[in-house]
Design a protein around this ligand. Sequence first.
Ligand code: COA
Length: 365
Amino acid sequence: MLQRGLKNVVAAETSISLVDGENGQLIYKGYDVKELVLNYSFEEITYLLWYGYLPNKEEQHQFSVLLKNNRSLPSYVYQVIEALPNDMDMMSQIRTAVSAFGGKEFTWKPNIEQAIRLTAAIPSITAMIYRKINGEETVPPHLELNHVENYLYMLTGKVPSIKHAKALEAYMILTMEHGMNASTFTARVVSSTESDMVSAVTGAIGAMKGPLHGGAPTGVIDMLNEIKEKENTERWIRRKLENKEYLMGFGHRVYKTRDPRAEVLSTICQRIGQDDPWLHLAGYVEKIAIQLLEEYKPGRKLYTNVEFYAAAVMKAIDMPPELFTPTFTVSRMVGWTAHVIEQSIDNTIFRPEAKYIGNQPEIIN
Ligand SMILES: CC(C)(COP(=O)(O)OP(=O)(O)OC[C@H]1O[C@@H](n2cnc3c(N)ncnc32)[C@H](O)[C@@H]1OP(=O)(O)O)[C@@H](O)C(=O)NCCC(=O)NCCS
């Protein structure tokens, strides 16, 4: 039977993550992500997804050194980036630069060394492209800083505040992996042909670029900018819902309760922005929106999704909207590479059927 979009079709077995929509839980390798994000670093959780367990102090140290040592880009990747026109959108430039990686060390089978190379390089690629588009010199990696701090440093040329780095780190941990989403599925399909890891993640970046997937939380920012003051909230939302428009940052295909990632990010927002009027407004809009969604769409179980609070965090740390999807790509590289390795362990090439609805050949007498 045809299942459009493979909705509800189980396409693979995985031990990397569980997205439990009914209970609003996201589990990475047996750990609730809400616990992980409050207690472990981006590097430790990356280690968990690739090796299957949390590192001890020594393993963590060695792993961080490996990631740091792979931040610099090969000179030919620099040249490829330099050659790209500035009017090419950022995601296309990132996809092209990542696909320039290659050579013997990326041949089948995929392994953790390859995953380290790509995960360490993607913040450098993104920052270099962003600065080039804005006519600014490349900032070399800062070896004293961790993965997320260094990403912010290479984007801005300034060592970030701990508050900003911690908030972005939480966002990047919460978005590094999310089951069989479109880009992860793409990566696994490419890898299932025994193609290389670079080809798999290049395909994944292509999928991430589409607005139905990596569509950035800019819609939420527009909504909050339009509402502007608390007292406008109810009128603004009622108007949208009466016009049958969707509220950005609400509803989810899988989660039928508050998206757990939104929950953690809202806690982070409270920590970083107690005095930020914009974040106060976000909290208020969320409360009223949930009430009104229940009034206009009873029983549909529409709650806040990750994009709502991702927007709030991004705005609080002054991340420009054109970097939202690229930043999501920087974090999701961890999940893609974990899936590519998992796919290779017990591989079967993906080859579904299609139902032919075209013409049959005419019978010529
Ligand atoms: C995420 C999303 C695509 C999930 O879609 P879905 O599970 O296929 O749900 P549907 O689009 O079928 O909607 C089911 C019902 O809820 C309503 N609904 C869903 N999301 C809504 C929203 N954000 N605002 C208002 N109504 C919404 C639909 O109108 C529909 O109502 P109906 O039963 O009267 O027709 C959808 O909720 C959405 O577009 N949200 C806004 C965009 C967004 O925040 N995307 C980021 C997702 S992480």
